[in-house]
Ligand binder design. Sequence first.
Ligand code: NI
Ligand code: MN
Length: 231
Amino acid sequence: MKITFFTHSTLGLEIGNFYLLVDPFFSANPICKEGENLIETSLKKIDYILLTHAHYDHVCDVEFLSKKFRDVLIISNYEISNYFGKKGIKTYGINYGSFIFFPFGKLKYTWSAHSSVFRDGVYGGNPGGFLLHSNEGKKIYISGDTSLTNEMNILPIFGKLDLSILPIGGRFTMGVEDAIIASDFLQCKKILGVHYNTFEEIKINKDEAKKKFHEKGKELILLEMKECIWI
Ligand code: NI
Ligand code: MN
């Protein structure tokens, strides 16, 4: 699986021939100066968009993208799926529950402790994350915006995680210290940090954060815009 970081919580996941985009935040993103141009230059094809919750810094470009990539399928909770479904976008609603099988692998919508409302005030259902087992045999966890929660303890039951993608910016989500505890809960030593340094309120020191993970025998990966990793 190839994972591309586009700043904030926006990620591209390439699994075989499938392209999944997570929480698109380009056009209104203060640190993504290229905005929609980055969509033009970096995204040639999107098959699925995974949305963790309805906050604007996670769903901002869904309508633009679904017009550009007509066949895209939005996968999110029931309420978010309904919201975009009413706008004529193809959606697949899920909720906390079983694994659901897709051509790229299987997904489970996981608990997160956060909130979820659209910018126009429409209720955005329960916020969540995704446990993704790819059909290439990789297991990743995308927590979405969340505090540290006890529910993370149950995720290793479903198999050893190759990578966990956790917010580390604090204030609205976990900060670095809690993300280290989360990685203990998840029994996963390899963490990709997201949701930091986009706004003043979630500024962190990247070197210090990496050092804190390293001191606990864990690896914190922090990527530059458009940088990729393979797992
Ligand atoms: Ni949020
Ligand atoms: Mn957020």
